[in-house]
Design a protein around this ligand. Structure first.
Ligand SMILES: Cc1cc2nc3c(=O)[nH]c(=O)nc-3n(C[C@H](O)[C@H](O)[C@H](O)COP(=O)(O)OP(=O)(O)OC[C@H]3O[C@@H](n4cnc5c(N)ncnc54)[C@H](O)[C@@H]3O)c2cc1C
Ligand code: FES
Length: 310
């Protein structure tokens, strides 16, 4: 077979945002997506699991190391395609912030099916495939100067953690920072040690809730919307970011809009069944929008007109 010229193969990556020169120059490292585009955006790069830490019965936190000289250079809210050889690929959000991801990054993975079960069975030192980062994340630079209200539910804290870390690493650039986080029960709350360290900082307001408590749980019991009466916001100066199961969005949106936060100031992440990650296969299409490429982070104002979005 005649090899495809690189210029033609580059066209396969039309849906991938080009890397600004400024980022390419940073510390002489190559952004992963540029390395992929040299061959094909569909061919993963082999990366190494540096650590795999159980978090709950179903979730593990993976630290992934890219080959030397490559860097992810992602935006908070973007995702990667993670593949296990001989099993398949699944889209997984990047859970660590760009500010803390230099050659390595973190993924919080819930064991639900073939790929994620195979991933959970892998040990540090073993290889996985990585493509990406894909899509548009949260426009954190536009959030500067605003109060930030994070409202994740369950596994939704995994992608939001990337944004929370990014905000906390530049804390002086933002106003009040509030976290409202809910899970079904105390054993399903993620990143509990890190949440405690955020609480210790003293510059972030945190309220947790669980749908069902246990004997040790002393906190709020009820769905995440029961936390909203505990906080006051300056609606026009607040950016709200919520990530969670689709059923949660309807109720959280009602609370946020009820507090007077403008539709364009409310951000969420939409998960769809995804395959290519670059706007080619159509698996993630909602009306005329591709969640993999136009999202997964959207403002409510952007998706409100899309019948298939929520
Ligand atoms: C942008 C994005 C970011 C994500 N981030 C994360 C993350 O950070 N962490 C994480 O754990 N997961 C994340 N996910 C979800 C993850 O990609 C899915 O759970 C993925 O399907 C797991 O692959 P699997 O092969 O293990 O399971 P699958 O075999 O795909 O099964 C997963 C679940 O989906 C159901 N299912 C399978 N096929 C279909 C179908 N055709 N239609 C409807 N339901 C079906 C199964 O019954 C099962 O409950 C993300 C998804 C997207 C789109
Ligand atoms: S995943 Fe293929 S078009 Fe979005």
């Amino acid at each position: 077979m005649t090899p495809t010229p690189t210029s033609a193969r580059r066209k396969e990556g039309v849906g991938v945002t080009p890397t600004p020169q400024r980022e390419k120059d940073r510390a002489g490292v190559t952004p992963l997506r540029d390395a992929l585009l040299e061959e094909s955006i569909y061919l993963p790069i082999e990366a190494t699991i540096a650590a795999a830490q159980p978090m709950t019965k179903l979730e593990k936190l993976f630290k992934v190391e890219l080959p030397q000289g490559l860097s992810l250079q992602h935006e908070p809210g973007q995702f990667v395609g993670v593949s296990v050889l001989g099993v398949g690929e699944a889209p997984i959000s990047i859970s660590s912030s760009p500010s803390r991801s230099n050659g390595s990054f973190e993924l919080c993975v819930r064991k639900v099916g073939a790929v994620t079960q195979a991933l959970h069975a892998l040990k540090p030192g073993q290889s996985i495939g990585i493509r990406g980062p894909f899509g548009h994340g949260f426009p954190v630079a536009d959030f500067r100067g605003k109060d930030i209200l994070f409202a994740p539910g369950g596994l939704g804290l995994a992608p939001l953690r990337s944004l929370i870390q990014e905000v906390l690493d530049q804390r002086h650039l933002f106003g009040r920072v509030v976290l409202l986080y809910g899970a079904r029960n105390p054993s399903e709350l993620l990143f509990t040690d890190e949440i405690e360290s955020w609480r210790q900082r003293g510059d972030m307001e945190i309220h947790l809730t669980v749908d069902r408590g246990d004997e040790a749980w002393k906190g709020n019991v009820g769905v995440i919307t029961t936390l909203f009466p505990k906080i006051q916001v300056h609606p026009r100066n607040t950016i709200a970011v919520t990530v969670g199961p689709p059923v949660m969005y309807r109720f959280v949106l009602m609370e946020l809009l009820g507090k007077g936060i403008p539709e364009g100031n409310i951000w969420l992440s939409l998960e769809r069944r995804m395959k290519c990650g670059v706007g080619k296969c159509g698996h993630c299409q909602m009306n005329h929008v591709f969640a993999c490429q136009d999202g997964p982070a959207f403002s409510y104002a952007q998706i409100k007109p899309l019948e298939e979005a929520l």
